[in-house]
Design a protein around this ligand. Sequence first.
Ligand SMILES: [Zn+2]
Length: 259
Amino acid sequence: MPDVARFSRQLSFSFGDAPLWSAVELEGALTREAHRPVRLTLTENRSVLLSFRKRPSAIEVRLHRMFLHAPVKVVRAVAKGLRRTNRAADGEVRRFMNENLHRVRKVRKTLPRLETTGQAHNLREIYERLNRKFFGGRLRVPLTWGRGSGRARRGGLTFGSYDPVLGLIRVHPVLDRRDVPLYFIESVVYHEMLHHHMGGVPDRAGRTVYHSRAFREAEARYSGYRTALAWEKVNLPHLLRASAELDRARKAKASSSRN
Ligand SMILES: [Zn+2]
């Protein structure tokens, strides 16, 4: 799951160059391209960069201010998305948002130290294999073993997460065990790679949907998908215990290094 809380704060952003549009020009371009009146509101909301609502009189569009810097082809793609009834995310718009997310942060984009060599599993090898197989080797997204500092979801564990601001995949260290099959880690890493690749899609109410139908279909293309789900079901209690142990060990280490 993308870490929404992490980037829902309002932050200033900066582009080195001047914007390509004024708000009025952008609204005009969207209206022309969508063939429908558009009422544009610019936002600095970093959790929802793009949302819209169809009203009888106009389409109300909320766009992050970064779109003032969007090239024409991106604005066209946004307008096309306003006309569409199905919500499959447009690649052009998604790419633009992904590429510019780091600009909406107040702090510099700094990645943690990337740790991919584990005790039992090598994340980099897993990632590269998946990248070749599913993305033609074109995906560029850093990944690391996480610290395993919780964020347990109800009845389970967050095995992987994608941070859209850092563009970083984290994998829970509880999976770095010999008794965790490779296909399970692969399914987790592949899921997060898809988050990076597909981004969020606005639904009819303008909320951002990450696990869209297109996402679920893509996810199921991984041949071990069903086996992985079945394995998780059987082994979750075991993993929860292992994760609690990791947690205790981490806390013990932290307190002993303080004394
Ligand atoms: Zn997810």
